[in-house]
Design a protein around this ligand. Structure first.
Ligand SMILES: Nc1ncnc2c1ncn2[C@@H]1O[C@H](COP(=O)(O)OP(=O)(O)OP(=O)(O)O)[C@@H](O)[C@H]1O
Length: 369
């Protein structure tokens, strides 16, 4: 049975609809990550699941029960916030005991739950400290500990790592992945701005755009088969290049003449009716390679960024439309101001028409043509 089911969920503040038509089924034990640009509604959706925001349309079911009007404490859900929300005058142990005391659990039960959570999170040595005597990462673990002691069916994380510095973020991200492994049947929903967190933690990612779902899929599905140009550019860093052009040859392979002068052969099938179609060719920076053969793109390198294991090459002055970025292995700083010819494997190219991927068109239509 599905753990959580959202059907036609919407959120309106007065006249303003900030979320609409949210249909999503989350299976028990999944780790779902909500991503999307600022203001797309990630936190609002999470808070509606938690019961902290009223659902203004549609239904939310947990374990087959509609819970739209069930108060937060009775939903079997625990939420971990970005700000930790610890009680500063209470020790780690008291912070973790708090909700269980309110719930009227026995002393023995509380002690067992707190010790178990402290062990899972390696917080045992800190149980008698106050939050101010802990590092940011340790405080966030206490916040997670407060959720664990309640043994919820569903954990909600609202950007839990965004207050941590880069190194701690990585360490805590790995701890969350390990925590999930220790609790395989617990469902987790996680909101983040951070692509690496989304790609590494998620069993499935939900990409939100302007209050609606743009695509749902495993991290690799979103990376290799984005349904639209928005997801294509949102997942992956630097973003996928989109080069405008026209289809000049159709068939099992499609040939696109690009406005920038190059020609691209793609492994995406098209039919005769697609001849002359205006498209955007999508190519990820990491899929561009230097070539002596036919070039998909040729240009002078404006800027290089050497990151050690890779070098980013920027073509076209940075502020102009149509910036193209290539990611080549190793240190290539001497390519600055040189003209470089780039090609790509046809199987790694994408085609979008009016923002939608041609890969996802109805195949039967293609077969008829
Ligand atoms: N109380 C409110 N009244 C009116 N509009 C609101 C209210 N709370 C949030 N919004 C609007 O709802 C939209 C979604 O907000 P939300 O905080 O869910 O976005 P988000 O994707 O989490 O953004 P961020 O990544 O910046 O945290 C935003 O446009 C926001 O301005």
């Amino acid at each position: 049975m599905a753990d959580l089911k959202l059907t036609g969920v919407e959120k309106a503040y007065g006249e303003v609809r900030v979320l609409r038509d949210i249909d999503l089924t989350i299976e028990k034990g999944e780790l779902i990550v909500f991503v999307g640009p600022s203001g797309c509604g990630k936190s609002t959706l999470l808070r509606m699941i938690a019961g902290l925001e009223r659902i203004t349309g549609g239904t939310l079911e947990i374990d087959g029960q509609v819970v739209n009007d069930v108060p937060p404490a009775q939903r079997g859900i625990a939420m971990v916030f970005q700000s930790y929300a610890l009680y500063p005058h209470m020790t780690v142990r008291q912070n973790m005991e708090f909700a269980l005391n309110i719930a009227g659990k026995s002393k023995a039960e509380i002690a067992r739950a707190v010790e178990n959570a402290a062990r899972i999170l390696q917080l045992t040595p800190y149980l008698d400290r106050l939050p101010r005597a802990l590092s940011g990462g340790q405080r966030q673990r206490v916040a997670i500990g407060r959720a664990i002691v309640r043994d919820p069916k569903v954990y909600l994380f609202d950007e839990p790592l965004s207050n941590l510095d880069a190194a701690l973020r990585v360490a805590t991200r790995i701890e969350i992945a390990q925590l999930k492994e220790k609790m395989p049947d617990r469902t987790m929903i996680y909101v983040t701005h951070d692509q690496v967190e989304a790609m590494t933690l998620a069993s499935r990612i939900v990409v939100l755009e302007g209050g609606g779902i743009s695509q749902v899929g495993t991290p690799l599905e979103l990376y290799t088969r984005p349904q639209n140009a928005f997801v294509a550019r949102f997942i992956g860093s630097p973003a996928m290049n989109l080069l405008p052009g026209e289809i000049v040859e159709t068939g099992p392979e499609t040939v696109v003449r690009l406005d920038s002068g190059g020609v691209a052969r793609t492994a995406i099938p098209t039919g005769p009716e697609d001849l002359g179609l205006l498209v955007d060719l999508g190519v990820r920076p990491e899929d561009l390679v230097e070539t002596d053969g036919p070039a998909l793109y040729e240009g002078e390198v404006e800027i290089t960024e050497a990151l050690g294991e890779v070098t980013l090459l920027y073509f076209v002055p940075r502020d102009e439309e149509g910036q193209v970025v290539a990611k080549l292995p190793g240190i290539q700083a001497d390519l600055r101001h040189r003209t470089v010819r780039l090609g790509a494997d046809p199987a790694r190219l994408h085609l979008f028409h009016e923002g939608q991927s041609l890969l996802y068109r109805d195949r039967t239509e293609l077969a008829r043509a």
